[in-house]
Design a protein around this ligand. Structure first.
Ligand code: MLY
Length: 253
């Protein structure tokens, strides 16, 4: 149970089934524990420039996810990663693999300031210990999703949110994630092994908030009843023929 939303009740109401756990990359039997804490620093791939590894700071935590901000970047490009994401590494990873830490895309300062900035940002910082980083789960062998199955999915336009969703389509390695109760503006296609989709119950299991379904799109029972009433109302429009009605209404009809 999550706030007022219960998957059990909802699945029954909808006559729908949850996509089986085995469809997902994410573990259900042993969800990763979030051992990070706020202000810890780590290395992360720059989501806007995937070949760069940058210094990141944990600015928020929710369930098994971290809200990250790249050091030297602004606060408008925060992003979320699971603690078992392969995009995350302890400080020192890049250097020990022969790489150099890069300034983030949109570095606020002159590029020539980067070495000094890097030195200062790490000096005396709270460094995330190795034990915080969890192994990435194995990838299922193929795409076993089926149209109509329910899941929990990250709203990529509001990536702090995880919401009830339905598989709207399956093509090759891709599934169409459609958000329950929303008209389609948030829907997206992703690979079956995406880190943005989770089995029903994942949020409850990892103590992450789950949004309730929206109230748009496919009308609920109550909404369709109201719409029928509105239709009936439209069949009896009383016109005061003494008034000027404007160009759309003929008072003589
Ligand atoms: N304020 C935004 C939030 C929409 C969230 C939709 N997700 C949950 C699918 C809006 O109403 O557009």
């Amino acid at each position: 149970l999550h706030g007022n939303f219960s998957w059990d009740k909802y699945l029954k109401e909808q006559g729908a089934v949850a996509a089986p756990d085995e469809c997902f990359k994410q573990w259900m039997d042993e969800p990763p524990v979030n051992e990070f804490s706020k202000d810890m620093k780590l290395e992360a791939c720059d989501p806007r420039n995937l070949t760069s590894i940058c210094v990141a700071t944990v600015v928020g935590l929710q369930g098994a996810r971290l809200r990250l901000r790249l050091d030297g970047s602004d606060n408008k490009n925060d992003f979320w990663r699971l603690v078992d994401s392969s995009d995350l590494h302890p400080i020192g990873y890049c250097e020990s693999h022969g790489g150099l830490l890069q300034p983030p895309l949109g570095f606020r300062m002159n590029p020539s300031c980067w070495p000094t900035f890097l030195h200062r940002t790490l000096n005396g910082a709270k460094i995330a210990p190795d034990r915080c980083f969890k192994e990435e789960p194995p990838t299922p062998r193929g795409n076993h999703f089926m149209v109509g199955q329910k899941l929990e999915a990250v709203d990529r336009k509001n990536s702090q949110l995880i919401c009830p969703a339905t598989v709207g389509g399956v093509i090759g390695d891709q599934i169409h994630v459609t958000f329950d109760g929303w008209r389609g503006a948030f829907d997206y296609w992703c690979r079956f092994d995406s880190r943005d989709i989770f089995p029903v119950g994942w949020c409850a299991l990892t103590n992450h908030p789950l949004q309730p379904p929206g109230n748009k799109g496919v009308p609920t029972y109550k909404a369709s009843k109201l719409m029928k009433e509105a239709d009936l109302m439209l069949t009896c429009v009383y016109v005061n023929t003494g008034c000027y009605c404007g160009g759309f209404l003929n008072p003589r009809k």
